[in-house]
Design a protein around this ligand. Structure first.
Ligand SMILES: Cc1cc2nc3c(=O)[nH]c(=O)nc-3n(C[C@H](O)[C@H](O)[C@H](O)COP(=O)(O)OP(=O)(O)OC[C@H]3O[C@@H](n4cnc5c(N)ncnc54)[C@H](O)[C@@H]3O)c2cc1C
Length: 419
């Protein structure tokens, strides 16, 4: 169900989009490409929403996403936009915090646990099943928290206990029962093999950071974007709402109350991202992407990104790390995490530091979101010219949003049957 909610009328060649975050821009781009005339209303004074690169005297700071993980659609998009991708350094270590130190994640203990339990029958895949419930018999509680939870938290910023299995592993489709975990693992490998081989893979950014991608989309859509737009919402002709769920709920409160209450049920995780420019490197993170940190390990952050190692040319004369946390961080909290990563750290090592806090950073991909989105597909099916899109609808990552927007724009009537 990772697709745009609702449909538009292809006979009407004008589309109004509310919100010029990545969702609004990418959908506007693809619809324009299909020959629609587009108008985008953005409440704030800038485009891009959560995607914001700031140039400081110290260097670049990514307040939101630091990279686009490529799939076939996003690679095509970059070619169409004539954007030169800046690939992340290959062969960097992926580290997990374990026993107070960043380490390589695959441990003998984990491998033997998986091979010991892989013959077991996983739980039945129901609508209510969480990721933790599915994997617990395979990994055990301790490994779940030590390995799987931090990896998923690196994308969804939520513990595996609240993540909705059918959404996170949507490749499983309608399958309700695997005979054993081996069957599940085999299916995952098989699906991975069927993915097209790309001439460029992995994470990319751009010279000038992620803002370059947003600016390029805005350039294509330029005259169609109205910033600082505060007029009341209306549904006049084809209308697509591309804001966050809470704002969307407010927009449709009067006109579509049933839709509004489903939108209001979608919960969000707050996040803080802190970029620190240091005078010296953190040795334990050398030649790594950074480190993922399990919950409840005494750290204030859930991950630290090693910006200089990943995109050296965007961080030429600086040493820069970004800490991501599920709560607001004081300077003391930040120093405490840096000290835990490097005994040698002293606050004087910090050249420059900048904090961004998002109250509603990421939607929770939990059961409630699944149920509300399902209900909204049913409500929207009865509408002719109203659609809803955003990172709470069809995937949290930019690449999933690119795929969903491209698919929708090539068939904006969307539904072939009652959802
Ligand atoms: C810290 C962080 C790191 C991330 N890292 C990555 C990463 O590395 N890779 C990746 O793929 N993804 C990453 N993500 C996820 C990705 O950035 C988001 O999913 C995506 O940018 C969300 O886009 P959006 O358009 O759905 O929402 P938003 O960016 O929130 O945009 C919504 C827009 O709607 C506007 N709006 C709100 N109300 C109204 C209204 N009433 N009228 C008009 N306009 C309105 C807002 O001003 C805003 O411009 C990260 C997210 C965060 C927060």
């Amino acid at each position: 169900m990772k697709r745009v909610i609702g449909k538009i009328n292809p006979e009407d060649r004008h589309v109004t989009i509310w919100g010029a975050g990545f969702a609004g821009l990418i959908l506007g781009y693809y619809l324009k490409d299909q020959g629609y005339r587009i108008t985008i209303y953005e409440r704030s004074n800038k485009v891009g929403g959560k995607i914001q690169t700031k140039r400081t005297s110290g260097g670049f700071i990514e307040r939101g996403p630091n990279a686009l993980y490529l799939n076939a659609d996003s690679l095509d998009l970059l070619k169409e936009l004539k954007l030169e991708p800046l690939p992340a350094t290959k062969k960097l270590k992926r580290l997990l915090m374990y026993n107070g130190r960043p380490r390589r994640p695959i441990q003998l203990g984990l491998i033997s646990k998986v091979s010991m339990n892989a013959h077991k029958k996983p739980p039945l895949i129901t609508d209510g099943l969480t990721v933790a419930e599915f994997f617990k018999p395979l990994l055990g509680q301790e490994n779940l928290h030590r390995y799987l939870s931090p990896v998923l938290a690196g994308i969804y910023a939520a513990p595996s206990e609240s993540l909705h299995f059918k959404t996170i592993f949507d490749q499983v489709g309608n399958k309700a029962q695997f005979e054993s975990y081996w069957d599940f693992i085999k299916m995952m490998f098989k699906l991975q093999k069927t993915e097209p081989k790309l001439e460029l893979s992995g994470s990319v950014s751009f010279e000038g950071g992620m803002q370059t991608l947003v600016n390029r989309l805005a350039e294509v859509l330029k005259s169609e974007i109205k910033l600082n737009y505060k007029e009341p919402f209306r549904i006049k002709g084809n209308t697509i709402i591309c804001t966050d769920a809470a704002s969307a709920s407010e927009l449709v409160k009067e006109l579509r109350p049933e839709m509004s209450s489903e939108l209001a049920r979608i919960r969000y995780q707050e996040l803080t991202s802190v970029t620190v420019f240091l005078k010296r490197e953190i040795k334990s993170l050398q030649r790594s992407f950074g480190v993922l940190i399990p919950f409840e390990t005494g750290f204030n952050s859930i991950g630290v990104i090693n910006n200089k190692a990943i995109f050296p040319s965007n961080n030429e004369n600086i040493i820069s790390y970004t800490l991501i946390s599920r709560k607001k961080l004081s300077d003391e909290d930040i120093y405490q995490d840096l000290k835990s990563l490097s005994n040698e750290f002293v606050p004087d090592d910090v050249e420059h530091m900048e904090t961004s806090h998002w109250d509603k950073a990421l939607p929770l991909y939990d059961l409630q979101r699944f149920l509300s989105v399902k209900k909204m597909h049913q409500i929207a099916y009865k509408e002719d010219n109203l659609a809803i899109f955003g990172n709470y609808v069809a995937g949290i990552s930019l690449r999933e949003m690119i795929t969903a927007a491209r698919t929708f724009s090539s068939n904006p009537q969307n539904y072939t049957e009652n959802p």
